[in-house]
Design a binder for this molecule. Structure first.
Ligand code: MN
Length: 726
């Protein structure tokens, strides 16, 4: 026999007591709404709400629902539900206006102007959620979809309006075509009911589940309904007797309380029968009562009263007052042995706890509204979280509890759609490139752009929840180190690093092999193969597994080619003076770097220096930073550009200019006419007469650069121009 879970609370409060399937008989009017609002809102606020009604009514003029009734009845019904929860004026207005942005010409700007930013952004939020399309073919997605909805919501009230909207749509589902009805019912069960549960709104959850179950499985619904009716009538007498006994005992002990019997949750009976493969009888035979009292103290006294009347079953007592559930639910649960050996579950709680158990997060607006109605929603939500935290203060795991609630409401994740409609979650701050790597490494490695909601964007664009993302690839594209600047996820970063490491390895081996062969030629006059046994013993001495490992070490500057050759062939007189230059084409990649201090370009006289672990760094011959190493002929070698350099090279030009307005613009325009991009500008010095500015520009070679310098010299404001060393 399974104990009744705390989520299955009775719906005995006035709020959602309408019987299944019924629709309002008399029309609910704006005047009826105002009468409800008068009980808790100021007249001024009600005036605003009436104004919102007039705008909404005019906007929906001429539209009708599937059932044939005027459309305005729907938003009004949603507002009524919000008013039943005693939500604030902004929520009520948002409920009344929730469909105008979607279905009428009313714009967000208009809403801001007439009703303020808060109401407009609530309506905007509800409209955005309506755009999300849930495709329940993949069942595991339901959870992600729910998170996505919460993630898109900066203000929890958006979710509350959306739930009230869905509730009314479910209540009026009958007028829709069967296929659409089933789709909405399934979505309600998989997405909306669990959200209501997460927010502690059990009254919503129960009704959404019941209506969803009824629409999706009408036969099963009827069967279980009939079963419950039958057994209830059979046990009414027994339950009545228990109620009277408890009631008398409470009176004897001078405890004020209200006893309620519970309505059966047909959907959860269905779920248990399905999931636990139990028969109707096995699940259904649980008697349950609830006692609602004034305060916490009385809860425990009432529990004592029940235990003196009926024996509690050991291990079946749960104190959710001391340790609330993560959605804020508080209550005492105990299973006792009633008359004739029947097990009876008794729930005991205070009025406040009862209200929170039914309305969850919505209950808190009512309590807060007295003090400050204008508090921004975020702060109010934080207050709610704080109040939950206070409920929790006597228990040890308060922090963990707080984290749970917070993560669900303000997740650190964004949720995105793939072109196939699947949902992908990424950490907040993730970019298009991260998305590409999350789908597949190959997709990431060749990602050239992304389409976000069908618009072409850079892979570095930061993504937001609810967007649909498509990756555009190009086989010619490969990861480069700059990608690490905008890859946020561990997966993307490690994939890029892996690729670069592999590339570096290959390039280093290549470079090392060339350096090695060149060193032999320099020493022996021509290339000769090293004797196999010598090479083997050398590898052993160096502790390298094979020749490639040795080449790689040379390429990365960890071993010097010259000393390797010496070790192999024995030290001989060297031919360094006549050493042939090492030929580079400038596009070697990661193991061949151009020194930042002198930024050489093709055509410059250059020199290469092996730098430990980085490979070869190419400097201009006259660079002062390299002069001290020129004697170290093991590390430094002449380098020559091959004739077919391609691409652009960044280099620095330093200008001294007169301070005249428009100088910068003239220079920039001149550079543009010369097909050169400015990559960076550094203002180094300025006095009353002149300024010193360094431009990083891109050029194809030395000739291109010379031409640019000539043109810049012709600008009258340019006093001096040179290529700096830093
Ligand atoms: Mn609606």
């Amino acid at each position: 026999m399974s104990a009744v879970t705390p989520d299955q609370n009775p719906s005995s409060t006035s709020l959602f007591s309408r019987p299944a399937g019924s629709t309002t008989n008399e029309r609910f009017l704006i005047s009826d709404l105002c009468r409800m609002l008068e009980t808790y809102l100021e007249p001024e606020k009600i005036k605003h709400i009436t104004q919102a009604y007039l705008v909404s009514e005019a906007a929906h003029e001429g539209q009708s629902r599937q059932s044939g009734e005027a459309y305005i009845n729907h938003p009004l019904a949603v507002a009524r539900t919000m008013a039943e929860m005693r939500m604030d004026a902004e929520s009520i207005m948002a409920a009344i206006l929730h469909d105008v942005m979607e279905d009428t010409p009313v714009s967000r700007e208009q809403l801001v102007e007439e009703f303020g930013e808060v109401v407009a952004s609530l309506v905007d939020g509800v409209s955005k959620l309506s755009h999300l399309k849930f495709d329940s073919k993949v069942e595991a997605q339901a959870a992600s979809f729910r998170k996505m909805m919460l993630a898109m919501t900066n203000d929890v009230r958006v979710i509350l309006v959306k739930l009230a909207d869905r509730l009314h749509n479910m209540r009026t589902l009958g007028s829709l075509a069967p296929e659409k009805r089933r789709r909405i019912a399934r979505e309600t069960l998989e997405v909306y009911a669990p959200i209501a549960q997460r927010l502690g709104m059990n009254n919503f959850r129960r009704e959404l589940e019941r209506l969803g179950f009824q629409a999706l499985h009408p036969m099963r619904y009827r069967a279980i309904h009939a079963g419950v009716e039958r057994s209830t009538s059979r046990y009414t007498e027994l339950l009545g007797k228990i109620e009277v006994n408890i009631s008398n005992r409470l009176e004897e002990m001078k405890i004020q309380g209200r006893i309620q019997s519970r309505e059966k949750n047909l959907f959860s009976i269905h779920q248990k029968m399905r999931d636990k493969k139990l028969s109707f009888q096995e699940i259904h035979d649980v008697f349950a009562l609830r006692i609602v009292v004034d305060d916490i103290d009385t809860c425990y006294r009432a529990l004592g009263a029940c235990h003196t009347l009926y024996k509690p079953i050991p291990g079946r007592f749960k104190d959710y007052i001391a340790i609330p559930k993560s959605n804020g639910y508080q209550s005492l649960h105990s299973v006792v042995i009633g008359p004739g050996g029947a097990e009876v579950e008794i729930q005991i709680r205070s009025h406040d706890m009862d209200r929170i158990a039914e309305e969850g997060i919505a209950a808190h607006w009512y309590y807060k509204s007295e003090e400050d109605q204008e508090t921004p929603a975020q702060r109010r939500t934080n207050e709610w979280l704080k109040s939950l935290l206070e409920l929790q203060q006597n228990t040890g795991n308060a922090l963990e509890f707080f984290e749970n609630v917070k993560i669900d409401l303000f997740p650190d994740e964004v949720y995105l759609f793939t072109p196939k409609g699947e949902i992908m979650s990424l950490p907040r701050g993730a970019t298009g490139l991260d998305f590409a790597y999350a789908v597949h490494t190959d997709l990431g490695n060749s990602c050239v752009a992304v389409k976000i909601d069908k618009y072409l964007s850079s892979p570095s664009t930061i993504l937001e929840s609810g967007q649909s993302v498509e990756v555009i690839t190009d086989k010619k594209i490969h990861p480069n180190p700059s990608w690490l600047n905008f890859a946020a996820t561990a997966r993307a970063r490690s994939s890029i690093r892996h690729y670069l490491n592999q590339l570096e390895k290959d390039e280093a081996i290549n470079l090392g092999k060339r350096l090695y062969k060149k060193a032999i030629r320099a020493q022996a006059g021509k290339y000769v193969e090293a004797p196999k046994d010598r090479m083997q013993s050398l590898l052993k001495t160096y502790q390298y597994s094979d020749k490639n490992a040795l080449y790689r070490a040379i390429g990365l500057g960890k071993k010097l080619a010259v000393s390797v050759v010496d070790d192999l062939f024995g030290k001989k007189k060297k031919y360094i003076e006549t050493q042939e230059p090492f030929v580079i084409k400038g596009s070697e990649g990661v193991v061949l770097l151009f020194a930042k201090c002198c930024s050489p370009v093709p055509g410059d006289a250059v020199i290469g220096m092996m730098s430990k672990g980085r490979g070869m760094v190419v400097h201009r011959q006259e660079c002062p930073n390299i002069s001290q190493y020129l004697d170290n002929q093991e590390r430094v070698m002449p380098v020559e550009w091959n004739n077919e350099t391609t691409g652009t090279f960044a280099t620095a030009i330093r200008l001294q200019t007169r301070n005249k307005p428009g100088v910068m613009a003239t220079i920039a325009a001149e550079l543009a006419t010369q097909d050169s991009n400015i990559e960076n500008i550094i203002f180094e010095d300025r006095d009353s007469m002149s300024s010193q500015i360094t431009f990083m520009v891109s050029v194809t070679d030395r000739q291109h650069l010379a031409q640019i310098i000539r043109r810049l010299r012709n600008i009258p404001e340019v006093i001096r121009i040179n290529r700096p060393y830093t």
